[in-house]
Design a protein around this ligand. Structure first.
Ligand code: PMP
Length: 418
């Protein structure tokens, strides 16, 4: 490898990187630029990207339509506070998100990260009960394998073992983390019956639990959650930060179940992988509980950069592309290619499970003994694939071409087969 650039050697001693033991982790790769589904490294190597930067870059990197929208907005007005002011981009985006989300999700509260969007959803749910004069409904029912963020409130609703937060057990507020309902077993319904009076709501990532291990469940599960919530008048919150914007094959994962949550969170792909933005979308019923002459019934929340004009312009451009280009068709083609391309991994020694849903492909191993070594073997083979825990996964841009996708799946097969 060539000598790293000056900015790399001088800055690296001062950066604190995510999810890593900084002492022992392999040094990060220096990226010079991105293009479509490629990451170009500072040493000139080009990697085919299988992750789309934590699945944000749904239309590929540097999409000219999104870049142009950001540039135009930067020239006009990068940002204005949302306290007392609004602008065209944020109102257009709120209207468009509500049109896209299933009815009756009608009000959008913007924030700057997925974790905060989930915190806002939790705050809305708890205050929904307080505003209606009902006390004691303060806990959330959430699920093993779930992941909703890294802030303190969201850590408390992740799987305590797998959510990377078990160190903080005992410090975090306690919620109920149970197994997702399984066929032929009513343990979930019985749990809800027992604890309904303490629950503000039920919180789940619909269809795919992402960062907790890319675990899949079916539409029936979501219908059971909705039925249980309806029976005991609980709020149902879907965290679509991973699954939203076509990743699982429909615009939002909840659509396949025909189930509408009371609150939905979105983020990640919302700006096509350009600028941080997330949103909490509430149903009319939830919003109505805050609509009052009593100032104490207001939602007292307001991230400084909420509704940032650059981010909203990027999001509007992202939605334009979902309207003008057939991304749902692309997901179907990616799903087929992932099934075909990863099929061969089933027979490899060490492979426990292969699963595909929409534009998500997962090869689960019995164990990965040396994660660092595996990561560098992928990079050496010319692909950006970032295994974690016991899984190797692909969440490529929805614009990825057949050849790049084939390179990703065949490289996974080859590297795991070694
Ligand atoms: N919810 C889900 C389902 C997620 O996948 C993530 C991020 N991986 C989050 C919440 C947190 O989002 P952020 O990292 O933007 O805070």
């Amino acid at each position: 490898m060539n000598r790293p650039p000056d900015w790399y050697s001088r800055g690296l001693p001062h950066i604190w990187l995510p999810y890593n033991q900084m002492k022992t982790t392999a040094p990060p790769l220096a990226v010079a630029r991105t293009d479509g589904t490629r990451i170009v490294l500072a040493d000139g190597r080009e990697l085919v990207d299988g992750v789309a930067s934590w699945w944000t870059a749904c239309h590929g990197y540097n999409h000219p339509h999104i870049v142009a929208a950001i540039q135009a907005q930067a020239a006009r007005m990068p940002h204005v506070m949302l306290g007392g002011l609004v602008h065209e981009q944020v109102l257009n985006l709120a209207r468009r998100l509500c049109a896209l989300a299933p009815a009756p999700l009608t009000r959008v509260f913007f924030s700057d990260s997925g974790s905060v969007a989930v915190e806002v959803a939790m705050k809305m749910a708890v205050q929904y009960w307080l505003n209606r004069g009902i006390r004691g409904r303060t806990k959330f029912l959430c699920f093993r394998g779930g992941y909703h963020g890294d802030t303190f409130a969201t850590m408390a609703v992740c799987d305590p073992e797998e959510g990377m937060h078990n160190l903080f057990t005992g410090i975090l507020p306690e919620h109920y983390v149970i197994d997702l309902p399984s066929a032929g077993d009513d343990a979930f319904e019985r749990f809800v019956e027992q604890h309904a009076d303490e629950l503000a709501g039920i919180l789940v990532e619909p269809l795919v639990q992402g960062a907790g291990g890319m675990k899949f469940h079916g539409p029936d599960t979501l219908r059971r959650l909705r039925a249980a919530a309806d029976k005991r008048d609980l709020l149902l919150i879907f965290d679509e930060i991973f699954t939203g914007f076509a990743r699982t094959g429909t615009m939002f994962a909840c659509e396949v179940a025909g189930v509408v949550p009371d609150i939905m969170t979105v983020g990640k792909a919302l700006t096509g992988g350009t600028i941080p933005l997330a949103a909490t979308i509430a149903s009319q019923k939830v919003f109505d509980a805050f609509w009052s002459d009593d100032p104490a019934h207001a939602l007292m929340h307001g991230p400084t950069y909420m509704g940032n004009a650059l981010a909203c312009a990027a999001a509007n451009a992202t939605l334009d592309l979902f309207e003008s280009e057939d991304r749902l068709g692309a997901v179907r083609a990616i799903e087929d290619a992932l099934r075909r391309g990863l099929e061969g991994c089933r027979g490899l020694s060490g492979v426990a499970h292969v699963r595909v849903r929409g534009a998500i492909g997962v090869v689960q191993l019995h164990a990965i003994s040396n994660l660092g070594a595996l990561k560098s073997r992928f990079a050496d083979a010319g692909v950006w694939v970032r295994p974690f825990r016991d899984i190797v996964y692909l969440t490529p841009a929805l614009t990825i071409g057949e050849a790049d996708l084939a390179k990703l799946t065949s490289t996974i097969g080859a590297v795991l087969g070694q």
